[in-house]
Write a protein that binds this ligand. Sequence first.
Ligand SMILES: [Zn+2]
Length: 214
Amino acid sequence: MKKWECTICGYIHEGDEPPDECPICSADKSAFVEVTEEEQPTNEQTVVEEPVSSAVPAQEPTQFQKIYSFASEQIVKHHLHPIAVHTPNGVLPMAFLFLLITLFFGLPLFETAAFYSFIFVLIVMPFVIFTGYEIWKNRYRGAMTSTFKIKIGASIVTVSLLCVLILWRAVQPDILTVATSGRWIFILLSLILVSAVGIAGHLGGKLVFGNRKN
Ligand SMILES: [Zn+2]
């Protein structure tokens, strides 16, 4: 039985042929390389070494580049993206539940809490997206597989819907407490928002835990 390693996420497939699509990161067949038993597969092996050129002297990195690469290293090393995503993935479902409580039980305080929760998540989103971008670029070599396309799309949907919902609630504070026709659209958009972060979180969970055997 041959072993094949996905060069994007490190997933190991056993079989005569590599799979058509990686079940973890959705990279296609061409991303797989055969691993022999002598050399144990590690993610490090897939890293392409920088070509060393003696003719062109390497340029000294600027202060900004040094700070950026240090920050980038820390983000990957300390798993800052999986930590950061707990804000949208934890707060938004709770905020959605609060909207439903207001809708069905007429408790406006919960709606106010949901509104401030949306604002809080929007403030944190640049950090969530930046850490995600750094992990994607450094650990997954910026591979544009469907998994990462969906995650990028979900983050765009999340930020866009947060802006729309916050602005809407700001200009119409009684959107949920008064029986207007628009409140169901407000709830629907909130549901799409929660779904977007749920999908991004599910795919992220697959990337982080998908290689486990159990
Ligand atoms: Zn993969």
